[in-house]
Every structure is written in C-alpha cells, then in structure tokens.
Design a protein around this ligand. Sequence first.
Ligand code: NAD
Ligand code: LMR
Length: 312
Amino acid sequence: MVKAVVLGAAGGIGQPLSLLLKANPLVTELGLYDIVNTPGVAADLSHISTPAKKALTNADIVVIPAGVPRKPGMTRDDLFKINAGIVKGLATGIATTAPKAFVLVISNPVNSTVPIVAEVFKKFGVFDPKRLFGVTTLDVVRASTFVAEILGDLSLSKSVAVPVVGGHSGVTIVPLLSQSSHPLPSSLSQDKYEALVKRVQFGGDEVVKAKDGAGSATLSMAYAGAEFAAKIIRAVNGEKGIADATGSSALASELGEKLPYFSSNVELGREGVVKVHPLGKITEAEQTLVKAAIPELTKNIETGVNFVAEAY
Ligand code: NAD
Ligand code: LMR
C-alpha cells in the first residue's frame, strides 16, 4: 500500500508524471495538487483502471514538480525568486501533514530547492536526511542515451548505466564516464570526450532552446522522475537493497565535510537511504570536474539555506 502525491500535478511535468505513477501497480493511492486545473487532471486519470485513487494527505511519497520553468537565455538560478517561495510553502504543507513521507524535489534550481525543503523541515523538527532527495535522474538518463549514441546502438540506452554525481546545473553536473557500464571506445578523442561531458552538463539547454520559449524538459523529466520514484516506491513497499538509485541525497557523502548535499549513488531501504556509495575510482579529468563543481554547488546550497533563515 503506497500513497504517492504530486504537487504541481497539472504542469508540463506533473501531468505525464502523474500518468506514469497512476500506471505503477504498486501505487495504491495517488494524490494530485496544483493551484490550477487539478480536478481536470484527477478526473482524467481516474478513468484509467489501475488501483490508484485520489488522495491528498498522509502520503508515503511526495514528488514536487511545481514551479516555473526556464525560457531561452535564463539560467536555473533565475528561477529561484519565484520557485523558492513555492517550494518553501509546499515544504511547510508536507512538514505539517505528511512529515514521514519520502520527498522528491524536481523544481529548479534543485541545488537550492533541496536545502530549502531541508531547512523548513528542520524548523518543524521533522528533517530526516534519509528521506529527502533532489531528482537528478534526468542527467543519468541523458548520459546513458548519449553514451549509447556514441556506441552507435540506441537499443543499449536502457542498459547503459553512467553514474552522474554532484548537482543539477551546468558545471555541478559531473558524469563519471569512466564508470560507464559500457566503456566508451578507446579511440574516442579528447575533443569528443569533452563535448560529451558538456552535452550531459548542458542537456537541459538543448531542450529549452528547441522549445523556444514554451518551457523546458517535461516528457523526459516525467520519465526520469517516474523511474526514480519507482525505486523509492519499491523501497517504501519493503523491498530491500535497491541499488544504483542516483539522487541528490541530503545525506552527506564522502564530500560531506565540504558539502552537505551531493548527488550520489545510493542504496535504498524502507527507512530511506541505507548507504551512500563513495565516488570510487575516478580519472584525473573527473577529479577536475568534481573540483569545479564544488564552489558553485556550495554557493547554491547557501542561497537556499539563507532564504529560509531570512524568512523566519
Ligand atoms: P509548468 O509551468 O508546466 O508546470 C508547473 C506547475 O506548477 C503548474 O501547473 C503550476 O500551476 C504549478 N504550481 C505553481 N505553483 C504551485 C504551488 N504553489 N502549488 C502547487 N502547484 C503549483 O512547469 P514544468 O515544465 O512542469 O516544470 C516545473 C519545474 O520543474 C520547473 O521549475 C523546472 O525548471 C523544473 N524541472 C526540473 C528538472 C530536473 O531535472 N530536476 C527537469 C525539468 C524541469
Ligand atoms: C533540465 O535539465 O532539463 C531541467 O533542469 C530543466 C532546465 O531548466 O534545463
């Protein structure tokens, strides 16, 4: 019995994500919330004959794709002004109605919105770092797809696994291509390697540009969000040892002394994260990427923490 709730359910991500969660047989109740058009989405989904039904409180898992998306020329940080307040308000609602829920934050800038949720939860005395996640799975999905493209076989993209660690914007996105389940061709030139890293780091810009003012990634995000949520739902359902769930766990990684939040490969259990995997063996080039990510990520985290401190 798993109750999932989507906050921002009527949006570009919210609608297809709600559809995918409705289709997950392990979800027995689905709650949908938005400031516009929620009854329409709920009525539409209610005609699909899967077990999930409408429910807004007592969630086991809450996914948050609420907030404004980017337009060309904007950075994710430009969204902070509007989205920080939206996420803070929703976090307050979760803290007071579903404090034990697993919380998956999609709203950008993720590097700052995850600390906002954590700080709000701390104010209410309900913060559990094992249950709070920033959803960075789209970076993993993109890395897998782009590596499969380079390998010349798109049918591999489901089985290619590339850890992507750090944060979710530009240089804070660190693909560990040396740990790809399917190694890159040894003939790949340095230029092509660097272009691949850049494409993973700035994949979001590709979509924003192509949508030309009509928003950012929605369908690929709904897919990625549903993949990550499905792992969490299996964990909530009692399955043990779910591995390779990459999420921006609020649990400190080996970089924890420097950074309280750092997306890592984690292992999940019923209580949340049971293990944060270390980075493992990485190349010199990857060490440089990790180093480059730290100042930006630190700044983004501080922005989120300060926002909540100033609000109380
Ligand atoms: P959208 O504008 O299509 O949908 C957002 C929805 O949020 C709207 O339906 C809106 O009414 C709703 N909303 C606004 N304030 C709300 C509130 N207080 N409570 C509940 N709902 C509220 O936008 P989108 O394309 O779905 O993107 C949503 C967010 O996800 C953006 O911030 C975007 O940058 C982010 N995003 C993150 C990733 C990621 O990888 N983490 C990927 C893509 C997009
Ligand atoms: C993405 O990576 O596609 C999202 O974070 C949306 C964006 O603004 O690029």
